[in-house]
Design a protein around this ligand. Sequence first.
Ligand code: DGY
Length: 328
Amino acid sequence: MSKQRLSVVVTRRLPDVVETRLSELFDVRLRDDDTPMTREELGEAMRTCDVLVPTVTDEIDNTLIGQAGDRLKLIANYGVGVDHIDVATARQRGVLVSNTPGVLTDDTADMTMALILAVTRRMPEGMAVMQQDKWQGWAPTALLGGRVSGRRLGILGMGQIGQAVARRAAAFGMQVHYHNRKRLRPEVEQELQTSYWESLDQMVARMDVISINCPHTPSTFHLMNARRLKLMKPDSVIVNTSRGEVIDENALTRMLRAGEIKGAGLDVYEHGAAINPRLRELSNVVLLPHMGSATMEGRIEMGEKVIINIKTFDDGHRPPDQVVPSML
Ligand code: DGY
């Protein structure tokens, strides 16, 4: 007798090849339109499936997990960040959680560099001149930005993505510094040509560019709060491709408006799509709609990771990318 196929609910549209492969392997319910599920829809899905495949736009909190059906055994997140899932409650309920590390490292690091360059070299202002048909030809003093090479970059969070940023920044001639919960091994620091700062305050006060690359956890929430933002040099810039909650967005907006920080490049926001409207009014800010990992290659590889995690679980083993509370 053939084994019954796992019932899998996918909460958002995924690339076609990923949806097709999932459908070949499992009894899958796919999302028809590309909107997040409502809380009721999520609750209903979690009461009736074996595996939920959510994304960053789904808030899987303790109430939803508490009301999940006994069938639910795995939350195979489509994405690396799991701050939208109550991993501790899931564990208490015997529900495994997995994510998709590694496959979006390069894409996110590329986008970090793109933001550093865009803000430092004033690219959006140049684009606006062209789009508004205001360009009257080359001028020696027009749109002068700063030279990236030689600038001091402080990376906050030196995991896989932080390290990929460090490699790229060194190739651009930047001086790379970092702060991390745990110091890297000396040979890794040497390979990355990076200097460790035990004190985040001291690092922040001396950098030309700060890049946020740490996950959002209770201990990184508002790590860049108003007090720490004020330590930044007035001619420095900050970029964030990680999670908006790491920066106090209102404090940052106030300082950008007051010219107390030179600029910012943001791909993520404290309250998701509900961004502080004043940010949109600022010419020294580059805003992107959370697209750091948005390459077709990356999104397909994320799907492959999800499939491997579910398949391995289905075969009676621990998913290779299981997330446990002690990792957070
Ligand atoms: C992630 O995977 O956590 C990204 O932020 C979404 O692509």
